[in-house]
Structure formats: structure tokens, C-alpha cells
Design a protein around this ligand. Structure first.
Ligand SMILES: Cc1cc2nc3c(=O)[nH]c(=O)nc-3n(C[C@H](O)[C@H](O)[C@H](O)COP(=O)(O)OP(=O)(O)OC[C@H]3O[C@@H](n4cnc5c(N)ncnc54)[C@H](O)[C@@H]3O)c2cc1C
Length: 178
């Protein structure tokens, strides 16, 4: 098993090639039935979560690890909350929460990359995760699915984030939480 830093990624592929064994990159979790190692990672542009079995034994994996250096509460700002960022940051501060973001919020320069949670951001596992205006794309949820209690605020009842939520507020943020 390797970490997911750039040195590990580069070295692991060279070692896998030299030893002629399988390597599964960017796993978000690992499972075993006692005999076989199953490597879990998003696939097909994130539309599915694949459970991959290597054809070789041994096999190698690069594994994304959780960032434990966060507060107990994370408030994640999604693109749907783009008009309420200052208010949400102030709310986060008032409850002692760290502020996180989706990639779409980061790509649109609303939030810094250091706050991005997900496949190409950081993995977090805080006891409480509040997602505001987050659709819940698998690229995002792989980074927060180990959180404790998840609270989602979103007006779209079909938003996948509700599959991960313990509590859901089916509303636009400005209509429920101003
Ligand atoms: C290779 C790859 C890697 C990726 N890596 C990451 C990653 O690391 N992290 C990540 O987050 N994404 C990542 N993505 C992008 C990901 O697929 C999604 O596009 C992204 O997570 C969507 O961000 P979002 O939920 O903020 O925006 P959207 O999908 O646009 O969702 C916005 C949500 O806000 C809701 N909304 C609208 N108005 C309001 C309102 N007034 N109040 C409350 N809710 C409202 C909408 O109903 C909607 O559900 C990656 C994509 C790819 C292809």
C-alpha cells in the first residue's frame, strides 16, 4: 500500500511495472473477504464506484488517507450557495466549524483549493458535516463519506447528497436559514 502523494504515485507505478504486478491508483477504501483484496475507487468519470480485484497476487494500491487535522464540524460550501459565502463563513466561525468547498466552488474562484473536499481535494471525516448547496457528486462524496452526522441543505430532492445525509433541509439556503 502506498500513500497518495506524488512521490508514492510515481514510485508505485515504477515498482508495479518492475515486478509485473497490478496497481490500483487513488483507492478511497479497501475491503477483503479474508482472501482477496478489493480496491474501491470512483470510475467512469465518477458515475460509479468500482470494486476492483487485481489479477495478480500480490497487488498494490495507492490509497487516499483522511485529513484528521480538522475541527469537529465542517461546513461545506457548494456552488448552489455561491451568493451566501460571507454569511456562511461567519456562521461557520460562530459555531467553531472549518469551512470546506466543492470543486465547482473552487473552480469558480469562490473558495481556495486548500478547502476542496473530494477525489482531487482532501478526504475528511469530521463528526459533523454540513453541506450547503452541494449536489453530492461521487467525486465529492468520496472525500466526505466517512463523516459522522451529515446535514444537507438543498432544494433538489433528487440531489445525491441526500443519500449521505442524516438530516436534510429541502429548501434553498436563503429560504430556510437566513
Ligand atoms: C476527475 C474529476 C475530479 C473531481 N474532483 C472533485 C473533488 O475533489 N471535489 C468536488 O467537490 N468535486 C469534484 N469534481 C466535480 C464534481 O463532479 C461536481 O461537478 C462538483 O462536486 C459539483 O459541485 P457542487 O455540488 O458545488 O455544484 P452543483 O453540482 O452545481 O450543485 C449545486 C447544488 O446546489 C443546489 N442549490 C441551488 N441553489 C441553491 C440554494 N439557493 N441553496 C441551497 N442549495 C442550492 C442545487 O440544487 C445543486 O444540487 C470532480 C470532477 C471530475 C471529473
Amino acid at each position: 500500500m502506498w500513500g497518495s502523494d506524488s512521490i508514492s504515485k510515481r514510485l508505485s507505478s515504477q515498482v508495479a511495472s518492475a515486478l509485473d504486478i497490478g496497481l490500483c491508483a487513488d483507492c478511497t477504501s479497501l475491503e477483503t473477504d479474508g482472501e482477496t483484496l478489493f480496491m474501491i475507487r470512483p470510475a467512469l468519470s465518477g458515475s460509479v464506484t468500482a470494486r476492483i480485484k487485481s489479477l495478480t497476487k500480490p497487488a498494490m494500491a495507492t490509497v487516499r488517507t483522511t485529513n484528521n487535522d480538522t475541527k469537529d464540524i465542517i461546513l461545506c460550501i457548494g456552488y448552489g450557495a455561491k451568493d451566501h459565502i460571507s454569511k456562511l463563513k461567519a456562521f461557520a466561525e460562530s459555531i467553531g466549524a472549518d469551512v470546506a468547498a466543492t470543486r465547482k466552488a473552487v473552480d469558480n474562484s469562490l473558495m481556495p483549493y486548500s478547502s476542496q473536499v473530494g477525489l482531487t481535494g482532501k478526504m475528511v471525516a469530521s463528526p459533523i458535516y454540513i453541506a450547503v448547496g452541494v449536489s453530492g457528486a461521487v467525486h465529492h462524496t468520496v472525500g466526505m463519506e466517512q463523516s459522522g452526522t451529515v446535514i444537507a441543505i438543498n432544494p433538489d430532492k433528487n440531489a445525491p447528497i441526500f443519500d449521505y445525509a442524516d438530516f436534510g433541509i429541502l429548501s434553498k439556503y436563503e429560504n430556510c436559514c437566513n
